[in-house]
Ligand binder design. Structure first.
Ligand SMILES: [Zn+2]
Length: 265
């Protein structure tokens, strides 16, 4: 149930991990402290050298109510993004034909113009959506990841402000953009097929994004529909729904985690 990442296999598996809340601020080089290393690779679109932090191992402590894994790691897994052409990618995820198509859209037709300072996963999702060759579940998943990634920026920005730390890493966070990313993910979730393997999980993700976007009436309507769907309304989902109702009653728009439910019991 709580494995929105199960659509991935092999190398993709290493992509999925949790953001680190406690260690987040311990390391000033990478802002997080899971095991990994710096990797330099060539951008498949324009050939520019791209370096990024490849996270290799991590542990997960709990999940957000939006099913985001949380632990001693950065979630979602950092991915390379070319500073020259803006291409965000996962190594070996796009085949040669897809790279050709994307080069046309991004380099020749400037598909990213007007889209500045979005999370890396937003670009990855957008690229995946441009192709007809990928599974729509993955498009939705990457858009959800863009919210998870931006939430990491939010935590980091809030922490730096609280501690008076200079923003040397260029952390960018805007509330309007955060709301946009959640709305955008909800819209993509709405187009998921009922029989998609991601459908049930994504209803819970959508519910959390609705609540955090202050759309309480829509959240309540979704709760009713989830309660009437026995494929979703079972196991931990029952606890999640009870907690969401509690949070909505308090007009709480913050992020919350499954381990809070366990503590409440
Ligand atoms: Zn490039």
């Amino acid at each position: 149930m709580l494995k929105p990442d199960r659509i991935y296999n092999g190398k993709m598996k290493t992509l999925l991990s949790a953001i680190l809340f406690l260690c987040l601020f311990a390391a000033n080089v990478h802002l997080y402290s899971s095991t990994g290393h710096d990797v330099a690779i060539d951008c498949p679109l324009c050939g520019t050298k791209v370096s990024y932090w490849e996270q290799l191992s991590y542990s997960i402590f709990t999940y957000g109510l939006d099913l985001k894994p949380m632990g001693a790691a950065r979630i979602p897994q950092p991915i390379p993004k070319c500073e020259n052409c803006g291409f965000a990618f996962i190594e070996d995820y796009f085949n040669d034909e897809e790279i050709k198509t994307l080069r046309h859209h991004i380099v020749d037709q400037n598909a990213f113009s007007g889209k500045e300072n979005f999370p890396d996963y937003y670009y990855l999702a957008f690229e995946t959506e441009l192709l007809n060759s990928k599974n729509y579940d993955e498009v939705v998943y990457f858009y959800v990841c863009s919210v998870w990634e931006y939430s990491f920026s939010k935590l980091t920005a809030e922490y730096m402000e609280k501690e008076g730390i200079e923003n040397v890493n260029g952390i960018n966070f805007e509330t309007d953009k955060f709301i946009f990313l959640m709305q955008n993910a909800i819209e993509k979730i709405n187009y998921l097929d009922n029989d998609s393997g991601q459908y049930n999980n994504m209803q819970l993700v959508k519910l959390d994004f609705l609540r955090r976007s202050n759309l309480f009436d829509e959240a309540k309507a979704l709760i009713e529909s989830i309660k009437n769907n026995e494929r979703i309304y079972q196991g931990i989902a029952v606890d999640i729904i009870a907690y969401q109702i509690e949070l909505i009653e308090k007009s709480d728009v913050n992020e919350h985690y499954l381990n809070e439910i366990e503590k409440n019991d």
